[in-house]
Each structure stands twice: as structure tokens, then as C-alpha cells.
Design a protein around this ligand. Structure first.
Ligand code: SER
Length: 309
């Protein structure tokens, strides 16, 4: 199986590339930043339609993983680029994948597709959706387009609405949920952290190993089992900055956290606190493994490995 990955230098790409190699895939990892993987890599600007067409023609992947994106905060800072990278590139990739007869496409959606009128507890798969941020608007449009390409062209597009992804080895940048990773690093390195969200802002999160397992399980699921063609809700765990502060203090008792909310608070308050993921569980067996203590233990294990190397 040959896979093409866009945005391979991002947080999900860092874990997905080795996971696909481990699964026996031949992987071409692409990005606009230099990549260091034990597989083929290439410079690829996903907004350059001809370049994407050429890569698809030459690499002939059966599967494409479109991960290139600007996260929520960065999309607010650069709205035009946020829209073109998050929506226009997705449209072009779908179009070019139909042309190149790609068998399956994965792209990442987000909990940012929800908005202030969406129920915030156990958010259902099909609630009212009124995203206030440009990132969520682009991802919601992408979801509609994914379903459209499935029904109109038979393109087998699959997607997950990622909550905040937490994992070691790569500091996410430009998102609203980044604090969940940054707090671990700041605690280990400085013993203190200044959080840009209020302490009680509970958000859905997922440990990176669960996120990667979810992508691989979804992509392996038989086509006829999938009833959601926009993007599946998935829940890992939920916690607030205060919950994380307390969890970190179990390992680093002197750790202190200050709270200085910025514009990201408004985005976070428009997103769910927890997610109802019954479609993912029923259709393809979604079952996360990490709760907060397990997630923290995994982060500490990984951080001490990185510190020693
Ligand atoms: N992690 C993303 C963000 O914070 C949400 O999907 O923008």
C-alpha cells in the first residue's frame, strides 16, 4: 500500500508517518518545511495544484492523508491563508484524487466545526453547527464537500473531528488546545506556565496514540460499514487547564500555573466540553485507551526519554 501524506511535518504527521511505516506502507511524506523521516520525503505546497497533480501521477498512492492545515489561532491571524489552506487545498486534493483514482482519502476535521448553539455536553454527531472561527468554518465546509464528493463522484473520503491532540515530540503551534502539550514541557523545563485559557475551560482531548489508532482503524474499515461521510465525532477524554495543572502537580509538586486568557478563550468557549462518539464506536469499533492519568504517565515517560537523548 502506498500513501501520500501532506503536512507531514505537523503534530499528527509526526506520529502518523512512523505508524504507517510500521503497518507496512510505502510512504511519501510531504510538507513545505524540511522533513526528517526514514522514508521518502518531498517539498509539496498543497496550494500548488500542478505540483499535487504531478506527485499523485508519479507516486501513484492508493491512499492520501491530507493533514496540511493552519490551526484555529493561526487561521484568525491569517484568515485568507487559513481559508485557502484549510478549504481550497482540500477541494483541490479531492478533485485530484478523483482524477488519479485514489482509493481512499483521509483528511482531518475538528471539534472547531461546532459553535455557541451546539450542545456542549456529549455533543451529538448531527447537532446545530455554527462555528465562529475561520478554522471551524473552513473545516465544516470541508465536511460538506467530503460528503458531496462521496455521493457525487464515489470518492472514498474519511475523516475524524479531532479534539485537542496531546502528545510528545512535537509542540503544536497556532491552535487553541496547544496548552495541553505546552504545559507539560513548561512544567518539566521551567516549573511554571502561563495559560492563555481560563482554568475551568473544559475541552475534549485525545492522546496521540489514540488519535493515530483512530485514523488507522477508520482507514481499514470496510467501506460499507461507514455511515458518516462528513467526519466522525470521536471522544478521547475531557479536561480543563486546572485539571491538567493538578495532574502535573502529582509529578512536579512545585509546578505553578498562571491564567491570562486571550482571544482563544472565546473560541474554546464555543467548542464542546465532551463528545458523543456513538457512530464511531458502532461503525468501526472506536475505543480510546487513554484517560488523564494514563496520558500524563505517557507524556512523562516520553519527556524523560527526550531529555536523556
Ligand atoms: N487543536 C485544534 C485547535 O486548537 C482544534 O482542532 O485549533
Amino acid at each position: 500500500m502506498r500513501a501520500l501524506i501532506t503536512g507531514a511535518g505537523g503534530q499528527i504527521g509526526h506520529a502518523l508517518v512512523p505508524a504507517l511505516l510500521h503497518e507496512g506502507y510505502e510512504v511519501l511524506a510531504t510538507d513545505v518545511i524540511p522533513l526528517d523521516y526514514s522514508t521518502a520525503t518531498a517539498y509539496l505546497d498543497v496550494l500548488d495544484k500542478e505540483a499535487v497533480r504531478k506527485v499523485l501521477k508519479e507516486w501513484r498512492p492508493q491512499e492520501v492523508y491530507h493533514l496540511a492545515a493552519y490551526l484555529s489561532a493561526k487561521s484568525e491571524a491569517e484568515p485568507e491563508k487559513g481559508w485557502t489552506l484549510n478549504f481550497t487545498s482540500t477541494w483541490q486534493i479531492f478533485e485530484l484524487c478523483v482524477e488519479a483514482k485514489v482509493e481512499r482519502v483521509f483528511w482531518a476535521s475538528s471539534i472547531a466545526v461546532f459553535g455557541p448553539h451546539t450542545p456542549r455536553e456529549a455533543t451529538p454527531q448531527y447537532p446545530h453547527m455554527d462555528p465562529i472561527g475561520l478554522y471551524g468554518i473552513a473545516k465544516l465546509a470541508g465536511e460538506r464537500l467530503a460528503e458531496y464528493y462521496y455521493w457525487r463522484y464515489g470518492l472514498d473520503v474519511r475523516s475524524l473531528r479531532f479534539p485537542g491532540v496531546v502528545g510528545p515530540g512535537h509542540l503544536p503551534q497556532g491552535g487553541t488546545t496547544d496548552f495541553a502539550v505546552h504545559m507539560f514541557y513548561a512544567a518539566a523545563q521551567q516549573g511554571s506556565y502561563t495559560c492563555y485559557l481560563l482554568p475551568e475551560t473544559t475541552l475534549p482531548m485525545i492522546y496521540i496514540d489514540d488519535a493515530i489508532a483512530g485514523i488507522i482503524q477508520l482507514m481499514k474499515a470496510p467501506r460499507e460499514k461507514l455511515s458518516v461521510r462528513g467526519a466522525y465525532n470521536i471522544q478521547g477524554l475531557s479536561f480543563s487547564p486546572r485539571d491538567l495543572e493538578r495532574e502535573i502537580q502529582k509529578t512536579i509538586p512545585h509546578f505553578t500555573c498562571r491564567y491570562e486568557p486571550d482571544f482563544r478563550q472565546k473560541l474554546a468557549e464555543s467548542w464542546p466540553r465532551s463528545i458523543d462518539d456513538r457512530y464511531a464506536r458502532a461503525d468501526w469499533g472506536w475505543q480510546p485507551k487513554y484517560d488523564l492519568p494514563n496520558l500524563a504517565a505517557a507524556m512523562w515517560r516520553a519527556l524523560s526519554i527526550y531529555e536523556q537523548s
